[in-house]
Design a protein around this ligand. Sequence first.
Ligand code: ATP
Length: 144
Amino acid sequence: GHASLVDSIVIIGLGRFGQSLALELMADGADVLAIDRNEELVQQFNGKITHAVQADATNEEVLRQLGVHEATHAVVAIGDSIEGSLLTSSLLMGFGVRHVWAKAVSDAHGRILSQIGVHHVVHPERESGVRVAHQVRAQLKDYI
Ligand code: ATP
């Protein structure tokens, strides 16, 4: 069986966003349970992340077996498959996970995530664009 994963931060999806998040949290000393359906990707993170598991996160029984229903913090880092993102987020909300983050790839995606109660909806590309704009503007001032 699995050790207690209750204290882990659950990250679902190891795309570029999920990977970066998982490695940063590991560097901060957190316990991370990463779930991705891509076996090759999961192999790649074996040993770099506390637990890296190959599984389909839209399967409620599988999530329960992994202890995700008892987690307090979870991030849905699935983007391209809006269906996968919404089904997974809905399961996490149904479990009563206290703090759920999810990545949105469009306004509509973000709106639905909010409607199902996801606590923190993030738009990485948009937020990164805003951040870079501030940096560009700050540097422009040096030329005036
Ligand atoms: P990024 O921009 O962060 O690279 P992306 O927006 O392209 O990611 P996807 O490729 O859709 O997002 O998803 C990221 C990861 O989520 C992929 O590695 C994919 O295998 C995984 N993933 C997608 N659906 C599921 C699912 N149902 N269960 C588990 N993992 C999934």
